[in-house]
Design a protein around this ligand. Structure first.
Ligand code: THU
Length: 142
């Protein structure tokens, strides 16, 4: 983990807070995210579902789209936590494939860190490259 431990813990704590805002009446699975930009701002996000299911948005993408829509496009790390409503975080919540692809658009795969809490409440860090090997990104088009 490149990130300093107190910052990693702060991101996890903010992701847990963001999860309180999750709108997940259909799956009942609440997710929170906290995205750290290189300008030291933290963007929180939650999953937002829809009665027609398809338009649902993951917590990670909510955080990314908030940041990009405010002009921030350079990122260091994201913390993601998730569990069924009414339960505390007691498992890893790895980002879905669509969110990994969005990360690939804006982040350096070798250095961008994805933080998770494991069953024992230890913070685990994975690089984007670990979670999306050989990803297709902006550089692939050149
Ligand atoms: N979800 C996220 O928000 N992020 C993830 O990393 C995995 C899944 C959401 C999507 C849906 O609202 C619910 O969790 C169940 O899949």
């Amino acid at each position: 983990m490149n990130l300093e431990k107190p910052m990693a813990q702060k991101l996890i704590d903010m992701a847990i807070k963001a999860r309180d805002m999750a709108y997940a009446p259909y799956s009942g699975f609440k997710v929170g995210a906290a995205l750290l930009s290189k300008s030291d701002k933290i963007y929180m996000g939650c999953n937002i579902e829809s009665a027609s299911y398809t338009p649902s948005n993951c917590a990670e993408r909510t955080a990314f789209f908030k940041a990009v829509s405010e002009g921030d496009k350079d990122f260091l790390a994201i913390a993601v936590v998730g569990a069924p409503e009414g339960e505390n975080i007691n498992r890893l919540c790895p980002p879905c494939g669509v969110c990994r692809q969005v990360m690939m658009e804006f982040c350096d795969p070798d250095n961008f860190e994805i933080l998770q809490l494991d069953e024992d409440k230890n913070v685990k860090s994975f690089t984007l490259k670990e979670l999306l090997p050989m990803g297709f990104g902006p550089k692939s088009l050149i």
